[in-house]
Design a protein around this ligand. Structure first.
Ligand code: G3H
Length: 255
């Protein structure tokens, strides 16, 4: 990249930090909507952050999706990652198995030569089965790890795109539309003002329980995610946003 591009991106990073109230924003070149390699660029920035922040024995909660799947491919072994345990942020959300957080935790651990734990809670269970499953000591212990990780890694998606990808029926799509849902992350749907308007029924991380000790890293790019990123950051500004020029320029146009 030319110096011009780099200083232009630095400027974008500063503007986004102010507009979204995020302490640290990294903007990579390109637009993930059109260029698949951009997710790799964002992933590289995330790997640097993981190496800088994480220590042996740390727990990292990871969400699902194509962005996080790319991250899992981009990680390589490093002394700071070796004793880390990757856990899925939440149980099943109706996602294709390759994109589920369980799969991605395992893939991250494999790439980093680290550890992982799986959360065995199916997507569709009766309330009764769900209640008794979550009383299981093994699951309870894992839920404790998931709810107080050192780092949370996740993406944000457009609400309609995510609901469609997870095979939502007409009724659910209509409901989300009536609720003005624009963003989705961790199975939570948000309206444009950053209110949680719907939650998927699953166990795991509770967004409103995240505290100071958790470093939340959001990786989300592509101009099509601009509204979703703004909505999510209005709900709760992350500690670090890794995005691309496509999304950053679209977000800037709302500032
Ligand atoms: O929850 C948000 C989605 O997981 C984002 O998925 O990375 O495939 O766009 P994506």
């Amino acid at each position: 990249p030319s110096m011009q591009n780099i200083s232009g991106r630095t400027q974008l990073e500063r503007e986004l930090q102010q507009f979204l109230h995020i302490p640290h924003v990294i903007v990579t070149s390109g637009n993930s909507d059109a260029q698949p390699w951009v997710k790799k660029e964002m992933s590289r920035a995330c790997v640097d952050e993981m190496i800088q922040t994480l220590c042996p024995e740390d727990v990292v909660a990871v969400a699902g999706g194509t962005t996080l799947a790319t991250l899992a491919e981009s990680v390589t072994p490093h002394p700071n990652l070796k004793q880390v345990t990757f856990v899925p942020a939440r149980g099943g959300l109706g996602e294709n198995v390759d994109l589920q957080s369980n799969t991605i935790s395992a893939a991250l651990a494999r790439s980093a030569n680290a550890h992982y734990r799986l959360l065995h809670v199916p997507d569709q269970v009766s309330d009764l089965a769900y209640e008794s499953l979550t009383q299981e000591p093994g699951i309870q212990e894992l839920l404790e790890l998931i709810r107080s990780p050192r780092m949370v890694l996740h993406s944000v998606g457009d609400a309609y795109t995510m609901a469609t990808r997870r095979n939502a029926d007409e009724e659910k799509l209509d409901r989300l539309k009536n609720l003005n849902a624009v963003a989705e992350s961790f199975g939570y749907y948000f309206d444009g003002k950053g209110n949680v308007v719907q939650k998927e029924k699953t166990v795991g991380l509770q967004l409103d329980e995240l505290g100071e000790r958790q470093k939340v890293v959001t990786i989300a790019g592509g101009a099509s995610k601009a509204d979703a990123i703004i909505a999510y950051m209005t709900y709760r500004p992350s500690d670090l946003l890794i995005t691309d020029e496509g999304a950053a320029e679209a977000i800037q146009s709302f500032a």
